[in-house]
Design a protein around this ligand. Structure first.
Ligand SMILES: Cc1ncc(COP(=O)(O)O)c(C=O)c1O
Length: 390
């Protein structure tokens, strides 16, 4: 995959020596810029916009998120707890499957609980009824697989053959919607408006007759709304049209779009040597700190990379031979102690870190590019590693 990072933005003037290494630095101004764009879409379309916590759950910004968005969406019990502890507004929870033991708390915490198949709703009917008898109020949703592939990479395509994500729309019958308040469709990944338009064009005729009994439609995430080339006006028009034509409250739940180009991961060169090409070891690990580099895979953009010079292979401090971030061009091979930064690391990196090899977790800092105020929000110590083991 290709990085969609637009460039360093305000980080170009951030002194990388101001934070410990490694460290995620998130620019509150950039997050607010993204949130304001998403709010404008929600307001313009009459749609509700939720932050997908799986992408970006830097909860020290929860109050900021609440200034712009309608709430958050969670992927299971722990994100739902985080949502209720720190975030505000509406909470939708969707998981491909639930554990019987977790569901009562999920029902209590959430405003909407979305199931992956009608059978699941039937299997847990007793828990749903018991929660309602206790006076809890929540909607029930059903995730559909639109069976219309638009994702560019199979790994990120919930419509791939054999997908476990959502109930295939070709199997949907009106009786499956008994007790269901809304439908959920998520089939995009880092995409513009056109794929959404095509998915809806293929789905609408199949659903048309079943929509009148429903309250809402959630069109999931994967909308790269805060990218400069996203057709926001067309999105607003489509969402408003869906709401009006079918009498539905429309939701979207972007994650990445909230934190796009809003954070960097700062690291330090620990050593360099020659082995067919210049090689550098850094305290940033692909496998521990930016696992999508290996999983997606993709090559993150590096701040200040030159067009011409010496290509240096940069990798992490772990034992994994494939813990390689990529080859990057410098004026000369960087010396130990040189600070570097990878762009667009606020989403899907901070939420995925791990301590494989006992590699320390990056600190987390919040910067305000307008005021230049910098706050070290969190530093992790040895205990974080030790206490996940026994
Ligand atoms: C169900 C669901 N909703 C929302 C999202 C957020 O997607 P993104 O961060 O790409 O906007 C995802 C991402 O995988 C998802 O699976």
């Amino acid at each position: 995959m290709e990085t969609k990072a637009a460039g360093p933005g305000a980080f170009a003037r951030f002194d990388l020596g101001r934070v410990p290494s490694p460290c995620f630095v998130v620019d509150e101004v950039a997050v607010r810029r993204n949130l304001a764009m998403l709010k404008a879409v929600g307001d313009g379309a009459g749609a509700k916009v939720l932050l997908a916590l799986k992408a970006f759950s830097m909860w020290s910004l929860a109050d900021v998120v609440a200034e712009y968005l309608d709430g958050v969406c969670a992927s299971g019990l722990w994100e739902a707890r985080l949502a209720r502890e720190h975030y505000h507004g509406h909470l939708t929870t969707y998981s491909p499957a639930y554990k019987r033991d977790d569901l009562p708390e999920i029902l209590r915490l959430s405003d909407s609980v979305i199931f992956n198949a009608p059978d699941q709703i039937a299997r847990f009917a007793d828990l749903i009824a018991a929660a309602r008898e206790r006076g809890e109020t929540f909607d029930i949703g059903l995730r559909l697989n639109p069976e219309h592939s638009e994702a560019e990479v199979a790994k990120y395509d919930p419509c791939q053959r054999g997908s476990r994500l959502g109930f295939p729309v070709s199997q949907l019958r009106p009786e499956h919607l008994q007790g269901v308040d809304g439908l959920h469709v998520h089939a995009l990944c880092e995409q513009g408006f056109e794929p959404l338009q095509r998915i809806w064009a293929s789905l609408e005729p199949k659903l048309e007759a079943m929509l009148p009994g429903l309250k809402w439609l959630n069109l999931g995430g994967g909308h790269h709304i805060t990218r400069a080339d996203y057709r926001k006006d067309d999105l607003i028009a489509l969402l408003a049209q869906i709401a009006e034509r079918h009498g539905l409250q429309v939701y979207i739940e972007p994650g990445e779009a909230i934190a796009l180009d809003a954070g960097i991961l700062v690291g330090e060169i620990l050593d360099t040597f020659e082995n067919g090409l210049p090689v550098a070891i850094t305290d940033i690990s692909a496998t521990c700190h930016m696992p999508d580099v290996i999983e997606a895979p993709y090559r993150p953009a590096m701040m200040g990379e030159l067009a011409e010079g010496v290509a240096v292979r940069i990798g992490g401090p772990s034992c994994l031979a494939g813990d390689i971030i990529g080859d990057y061009v410098f004026a000369a091979a960087p010396k130990p102690g040189t600070r570097i930064a990878f762009l667009d690391q606020a989403h899907y990196s901070m939420v995925k870190t791990n301590t494989f090899n006992g590699v320390p977790l990056p600190a987390i800092a919040l910067w305000n590019s307008d005021s230049d105020a910098l706050k070290l929000v969190r530093q992790f110590d040895y205990a974080e590693f030790r206490d996940r083991l026994s």
